[in-house]
Design a protein around this ligand. Structure first.
Ligand SMILES: [Zn+2]
Length: 356
């Protein structure tokens, strides 16, 4: 078979897989039902803010909702038909009444010229469908002038215009924008759903590793994939074994290791440092669960039960305080305050506190 010919059956499968409805989106029933009700009651808000960590389905829900409100033949279950010309154009990103702004990376700033384009384009009535939709993904990546420009449009949007902003860090958005949007909260995914999705996508990986990744991914498919693609499971093993497993760890060894990971992950990859702290925090959380006699199924780092048990002998208040110290350090890393010294100082004092 030459490369250009695709058997009919796989095309069919492709379409089935690609053209999603709300039924295909897992664990966001609450968000979906708010949107479906608004559609049903003809009370669609002028602006929505989809709030939740990345990799849990915000973009997908936005896409299905945009199809639904513009669909020529929506289903009785309040889903888009996925067959009409509007649904197909939205799927292919060629729908003239949809303005879609999405930064290419977590660092790209949404600049004012992009936001100004919105103003020009929404001056005209919807051409194809009922609604003009402006979808701005990762809206927290707008700078101040972009936010101000957007605010102007949000203050007096033309009729039948719907704004959908998605954000994983809504605290970075100005209050003036937040107050003009209806906030819709998206929840992190369960370990079970992440595991099932990973199993489909990475079936060559060892099953137990997939379970661990699902467990430590904080409910985000984006984080789960980052763990796999950056081989973080190995980094985690090394980190736990050096920081938490070596009895009587010599301070010099610890400092050497901390210096090594700082050197490796500063600059571009600085967020990995925050990830190491997340591992430590999750182990402390596990130790608290262990202490509270809650179900062992709730443990995230179930492959290091011996470490968890050892740390759980500390007083709960001490563990809670430790968790707070780690959160503070994570904030410092994100604000780029002398990362190296802060990181090193924390681990030296962590060891001195004798928690492990
Ligand atoms: Zn349709």
């Amino acid at each position: 078979m030459d490369a250009g010919s695709i058997p009919a059956v796989s095309t069919k499968l492709y379409i089935k897989d690609y053209m999603k409805t709300f039924y295909d989106i897992e664990e966001q029933d609450r968000a979906i039902s708010i949107l479906q009700k608004a559609y049903l009651n003809d009370s669609i808000a002028q602006a929505y803010l989809f709030d939740g960590i990345s990799g849990i389905g915000k973009s997908l829900v936005a896409k299905v909702f945009i199809k639904l409100i513009n669909c020529k033949n929506p289903t009785p279950t309040l889903n888009p038909c996925n067959k009409c010309s509007n649904c197909i154009k939205i799927e292919k990103n060629s729908f003239i009444d949809l303005i879609h702004i999405k930064p290419n990376s977590t660092k790209e700033i949404i600049k004012i010229d992009k936001i100004r384009q919105i103003e020009e384009k929404i001056a005209y009535k919807a051409y194809n469908g009922k609604y003009k939709v402006i979808l701005i993904e990762d809206a927290e990546q707008m700078n101040i002038s972009s936010s101000n420009a957007l605010l102007k449009t949000l203050e007096e949007p033309p009729p039948n215009t719907v704004f959908i902003l998605t954000a994983s860090k809504i605290s970075k958005l100005p209050d003036t924008i937040l107050s003009r949007c209806q906030k819709i909260l998206f929840s992190p995914l369960s370990k079970e759903v992440i595991y099932a999705k990973l199993k489909l996508e990475y079936n060559s990986l060892e099953d137990n590793n997939l379970k661990i990744i699902a467990s430590i991914s904080q409910g985000s498919m984006t984080i789960a994939k980052e763990i796999i693609e950056n081989n973080i499971l190995n980094l985690r093993k090394e980190f736990i074994e050096i920081i938490l497993l070596q009895n009587n760890t010599k301070l010099a060894n610890l400092i050497k290791y901390i210096k090594k990971i700082i050197k490796e992950f500063k600059g571009e990859n600085f967020y990995f440092l925050a990830f190491f702290l997340e591992i430590l925090k999750s182990i402390i959380r596990d130790a608290l669960i262990f202490n509270s006699k809650l179900s062992k199924n709730l443990l995230l780092n179930f492959d290091y039960i011996n470490v968890i048990e050892k740390i759980s002998t500390n007083d709960s208040n001490i563990l809670i305080q430790e968790g707070e110290k780690i959160s503070n350090l994570q904030n410092q890393i994100l604000t780029n305050v002398n990362i190296e010294t802060a990181f090193e100082n924390y681990f030296i004092s962590f060891l001195k506190r004798g928690i492990v």
